[in-house]
Each structure stands twice: as structure tokens, then as C-alpha cells.
Design a protein around this ligand. Structure first.
Ligand SMILES: *Cc1c(COP(=O)(O)O)cnc(C)c1O
Length: 466
């Protein structure tokens, strides 16, 4: 063994203690450190010939890199839809690395069974029935990709061809219909060989809505003349968190032949709250469902879940046939269900957080962050220099400058907020208007944090005006 490695081995508990000290310091300072660090990256160094040892690496990291890391796990980072890591989730994440299980298959470890237990809990959390089987993947983009890969196989089944064997050319053109799809849907269609251009926008409802107009969807399906299609319904759009009427969309299956994929990346968490659960009514009727976990569940990156009613088709797409792996069985190993072969025990942080805080603890996070988004929305509505672009439907506030919201001015506002270190929000375009989004999903965020964000906004908007 290399002497530095041997030395580290002999001092492993001590090294872990040092890492714990750094992590504890960072995590306890999250509420106070600058939320973003624009342009803070050092330039690359050469590969070390002789290593510094773990202690030396930790020192170099703390010196060169840690100062430029954002406070994205903290309470006032409102960009994209960004969760933090609950204390239990972080504990689970550390142990994932420590145990270093490979959950490709069930042999020789109970880790696969733990993933199954966790998937059962998630199914319950989102109000899904047992017809849905699930798997952990790295994020909503991959979850959408897996769901649409199963949809692609289903289209083949309808046409009497096997896409997984013959290739996507056996299918002919595919129709994918959606009202306000996330950009990851187009990416998934590109990856799957279906093609980005096959995604067709169906008009949304009138009146500042992003939800699909179900009548127009029915008309679009009707126009296909009986050709099976894929419908992507959206349960929580990124700009205004609007929800398609999932029940009404699913009811169209009585008249038209389509696969229903629901992108519920963060909107799925509405199901945790009795006040908002109606928004996810009909979710169980989907053929495939995407839910992100590193957003509103507040587990560390990277984790999402993918559910489907057609595990049989999923196995056709993803099975990994090899003499050493054996054929897929009735209870297929995860390596037959997702793009990965070897996989980490990504379920463990989720297991920890659900074990630690239960349904009620996570409901509280969801309801509190929604209330805080409303609070910020109400505050913004009172600021003459700012304008809300949509009602705060759930956990995202979509707003812009009241006067002359050009791209340049709106992006400058986002930059000055980031430079202030007080908060971080991300730009968007909503209804043709350049705007900003403040998304609440972090378990730590408080009223005081929200008021600090509003203060920072008022100051930044005033200087944007000057
Ligand atoms: C965030 C998001 C995605 C993509 O999620 P990643 O985890 O970043 O891959 C997809 N759909 C919706 C609705 C999202 O909010």
C-alpha cells in the first residue's frame, strides 16, 4: 500500500472527525454566509504527483474551493427549485458513502430491500396505489427520460413492434402533446431518438394560466385519427406552479389511446398537504410519474423517483442481459429498471428523512414554504417598483420590474441580488415578459429569512430604478 494511503487508513476515524468538524462549521453557518458567490472559482492546478493525504486534501479544499461554494443548501437560496438537506437526510447521505453499497442487485445485501421499503413509503406519501412500482434515479430529468422510454416501448406494443429490439425507426413519427412542459421533456425526447421537434404544445387555459386546456388537448388527440400518442401532463410548472387537471386528462383515455406521463417533479409534494392535495387528484391514473427528491423532500443531490404501472415494459427497455447477471425475474433487480447498472444506495437519505420526520414533518415543510412564498408575494405586491406576474399558487413567486422589464434590466436585478449575498433568484420568461422566480423549498427557511429577501429586493429594485 502507498505509504500515504496506509497512513490515512491508520488514522481513518480521526480523518472522519476532521471532515465532520468542517461540515458542522459549514452547515451551522449556512444562514449567515453569502447565498451566492458569483465568479469565485480559482484556476485549475496540476494533478499532484505525490498526494497530500486526506488531511492535506481537506486543507487545500478549505483554502482553494470552499470559499467559492454557494449557500444553496441554506434558507435564502431561492433559485431554480432548490431543496437543502434535512439533518437526517444528511446523516443518511454520509452513511451512503461510508457503507458504499452497490444496489444494482439484491445479492448479498439487504440494501436493495431498503430501497424497496423507501419506494413504498414514497408511493404512500404521493397517494399512489400499488399498481405503481418505482426506482430511484438521479433527478427529474432522468425520471422523465425513463418514463418516456417506457412510453416509447408502449407505442411499439400498440403497433406490434419492439422498439427496444428494432430501434425507434420501427415506430414512425411519434406525437408527444403537452401544455407547459419542462425543458427536460424535450431533452428526454432527444436522448430517446424520438426528437425534440415531436413535442407539440397544446394551448393552455385562458386567464394567466399554464395548465393545459383539456378541450384543446382532446381536439389534438382527435386529430391524430386513432394513432396512439404520448401526453405529458404537468403537475407544477416552474414559473407559476400551475397544475394540469390530471383527472380530466386521464379521463380522455376513455376516448383516445395515449400514454400518460406526469411530470410532478416538485408539484407532487402538494399531495402531502390536505389543503393542496386536490391539485394532484388523478396522479395515480398516470402510466408513468416523475418526482424529484432533491427539491422539496430536502435530501441532498442527487435523487429523484420514477414510478410506472408498466414495469414489464420498463424491463424490456432497461434489462441488462448477461450470463453473470442472470435474466430479469418477476421481481427485477434495479439494474433492469434504470439507465444505470451499478448504483449507489441513493434511497438512504430519503429513508432517513422519512424515518426521522415522517409524513407530518414533511407536510410541515411543504406547508410552511408555501406560506412563506405567499408572504413574499404579498410583500412584492406592495412594492411599487415591482410587479407580480401571477398569483402565488404554491411555492414560487414570479415577478418583475414594474417599469420597462427588459432582459438587460431584469438580469441586472438578479445579478445585484446575487452580489448582495442576501438571496439568489433565477431569471425566466413568463408570457413573453422577462421575469424572476423565487422558489421556496428549503426546510430551513423562516419568516425572518423571507423578510430579509424582501428587503434585499426592495433595495435592489430601487438601485435598478436609479
Ligand atoms: C426541476 C425540474 C425538472 C428537472 O429536474 P432535475 O432534477 O434538475 O433533473 C423537471 N421537471 C420539472 C417540473 C422540474 O421542476
Amino acid at each position: 500500500m502507498h505509504p500515504t494511503l496506509a497512513d490515512d487508513l491508520s488514522r481513518l476515524p480521526e480523518l472522519l472527525q476532521s471532515a465532520r468538524d468542517v461540515a458542522a462549521r459549514e452547515v451551522s453557518g449556512l444562514g449567515d454566509r453569502p447565498v451566492a458567490r458569483p465568479g469565485a472559482a480559482p484556476s485549475p492546478e496540476r494533478l499532484p504527483a505525490e498526494g497530500a493525504g486526506a488531511e492535506g486534501a481537506l486543507a487545500r479544499f478549505a483554502e482553494r474551493w470552499a470559499p467559492g461554494f454557494s449557500g444553496s443548501a441554506g434558507p435564502r437560496y431561492l433559485g431554480f427549485v432548490t431543496g437543502g438537506a434535512t439533518p437526517a437526510a444528511l446523516t443518511g447521505d454520509w452513511l451512503t458513502g461510508a457503507y458504499d453499497q452497490n444496489v444494482s442487485g439484491a445479492d448479498g445485501s439487504s440494501a436493495t430491500a431498503l430501497e424497496h421499503e423507501t419506494l413504498g413509503w414514497l408511493r404512500e406519501l404521493f397517494g399512489l396505489s400499488e399498481v405503481h412500482s418505482g426506482a430511484f434515479v438521479t433527478g427529474a430529468t432522468v425520471s422523465n427520460t425513463v418514463g418516456l422510454a417506457i412510453a416509447r416501448e408502449w407505442l411499439g406494443e400498440r403497433q406490434g413492434v419492439s422498439v427496444s429490439r428494432e430501434g425507434v425507426a420501427a415506430l414512425g413519427p411519434v406525437d408527444v402533446l403537452s401544455g407547459s412542459p419542462h425543458s427536460s421533456i424535450a431533452k428526454a425526447l432527444s436522448v430517446l431518438g424520438i426528437g425534440r421537434d415531436r413535442l407539440r404544445r397544446v394551448p393552455v387555459l385562458e386567464g394567466n394560466r399554464e395548465a393545459v386546456d383539456v378541450e384543446r388537448l382532446a381536439a389534438a388527440l382527435d386529430a391524430l385519427g386513432g394513432r396512439p400518442a404520448v401526453v405529458v401532463a404537468n403537475a407544477g410548472t416552474v414559473n407559476t406552479v400551475d397544475f394540469d387537471d390530471l383527472r380530466a386528462v386521464a379521463a380522455l383515455k376513455e376516448r383516445y389511446d395515449f400514454w400518460l406521463h406526469v411530470d410532478a417533479a416538485f408539484g407532487g409534494f402538494a399531495a402531502l398537504s390536505p389543503t393542496y392535495a386536490h391539485l394532484t387528484d388523478g396522479l395515480d391514473a398516470a402510466d408513468s410519474i416523475c418526482v424529484d427528491l432533491h427539491k422539496w423532500l430536502n435530501v441532498p443531490y442527487d435523487a429523484a423517483v420514477q414510478f410506472t404501472r408498466r414495469q414489464d415494459l420498463q424491463v424490456q427497455v432497461f434489462h441488462n442481459a448477461s450470463p453473470y447477471l442472470g435474466p430479469p425475474t418477476a421481481d427485477p433487480d434495479f439494474l433492469h429498471l434504470t439507465p444505470e447498472n451499478s448504483r449507489r444506495l441513493r434511497a438512504l437519505p430519503t429513508w432517513f428523512s422519512l424515518m426521522a420526520y415522517g409524513h407530518e414533518g414533511h407536510r410541515e415543510i411543504v406547508e410552511r414554504t408555501i406560506a412563506l412564498a405567499r408572504r413574499l408575494g404579498e410583500g412584492i405586491a406592495e412594492v411599487p417598483r415591482l410587479r407580480l406576474l401571477a398569483p402565488v399558487r404554491l411555492n414560487v413567486v414570479c415577478f418583475t420590474l414594474a417599469d420597462d422589464p427588459t432582459q438587460e434590466r431584469v438580469h441586472a436585478l438578479a445579478r445585484s441580488l446575487a452580489d448582495s449575498g442576501e438571496t439568489f433568484v433565477t431569471p425566466t420568461v413568463y408570457g413573453g415578459t422577462h421575469a424572476l422566480r423565487a422558489a421556496f423549498s428549503n426546510w430551513r427557511t423562516s419568516k425572518a429569512d423571507t423578510d430579509r429577501v424582501l428587503d434585499a429586493l426592495v433595495r435592489a429594485a430601487a438601485s435598478a430604478h436609479a
